[in-house]
Design a protein. Structure first.
Length: 262
């Protein structure tokens, strides 16, 4: 049994093609928006993509392009704050981040797959990946309980030993065993691993989904491991896109947005 800690790695973020953005803006007369890029005011592609999508909706690149728009918010932070306050969440769906969630249990992944809209998920398959050990996360309160840890460790080590026994019993490491046979037996063997076994996945979500999921999964009523994971995700995206996540207040681990249901 290997004691592990859930970890989160941000592995992908938006990237704009500013040549194509400029080509579009020349068509509609909004080139002045990109002048801020030269002045160093548009230095975050995630925020720029959200602003770009929002301004396209109203052709609000500058006053006069749309006769109905007489005032244009020039400051990006204030513009995006107004997007959030107006619950204009559809423009946030263009901005996605990808994370590797490492050493999180299948308890947590079973919770996570309930958030389907706006996400993409690729999870390690225990039909193909044979368990050599059983990585497992224990919360602090559990680690402080000596009798619980003694019994839990013994049980996990027994499960681990059975995994090794089955691999030998089935002869999976013998020369010439076809892969389809290994896959077939490995799929059977995973049934003897606990739901708490640590696994990994790539999880991609857009900003609208992220805001909802961070709020829901850091709530005090949420499962404690997923609260830990989404607290980490919240910290990462607040650093990456402060104007889109800076409205949250954190209370006892719960991320509480100023603007809900964006």
């Amino acid at each position: 049994m290997k004691s592990v800690q859930p970890e989160v790695f941000l592995v992908a973020r938006p990237e704009l093609d500013y040549g194509q953005v400029a080509a579009y803006l020349r068509e509609v007369g909004g080139e002045s928006w990109l002048e801020k890029l030269d002045r160093g005011q548009l230095d975050n592609d995630a925020l720029n993509l959200a602003e770009f999508a929002g301004r396209l909706c109203y052709r609000s690149w500058e006053p006069g392009l749309n006769p109905n728009v007489v005032r244009v918010r020039a400051d990006q932070d204030k513009y995006l704050q107004n997007i959030l306050a107006s619950a204009h969440g559809s423009v946030l769906e263009h901005v996605s981040f990808s994370f590797v969630l490492h050493n999180i249990s299948r308890v947590a992944t079973h919770e996570l797959v309930r958030h389907r809209p706006g996400t993409a998920i690729s999870q390690e398959s225990l039909r193909f990946v044979r368990l050599a050990d059983i990585p497992f996360w224990f919360p602090e309160w559990a680690r402080a309980d000596a009798e619980l840890m003694k019994r839990a460790t013994a049980l996990l080590e027994q499960m681990e030993e059975f995994q090794h026994w089955m691999a030998g019993h089935f002869g999976l490491d013998e020369e010439g065993v076809p892969f389809h046979e290994k896959k077939h037996k490995t799929s059977f063997m995973r049934r003897f691993a606990p739901d708490g076994v640590a696994t990994g996945l790539v999880w991609t979500a857009n900003v609208r989904t992220l805001r909802h999921t961070i709020e829901a999964r850091t709530d005090p009523g949420a499962e404690e491991e997923i609260r830990l994971v989404f607290g980490k995700i919240g910290e990462l995206v607040r650093t990456e896109a402060p104007a889109l996540f800076g409205d949250y207040a954190i209370s006892d681990g719960a991320w509480i947005p100023a603007w809900r249901k964006v």
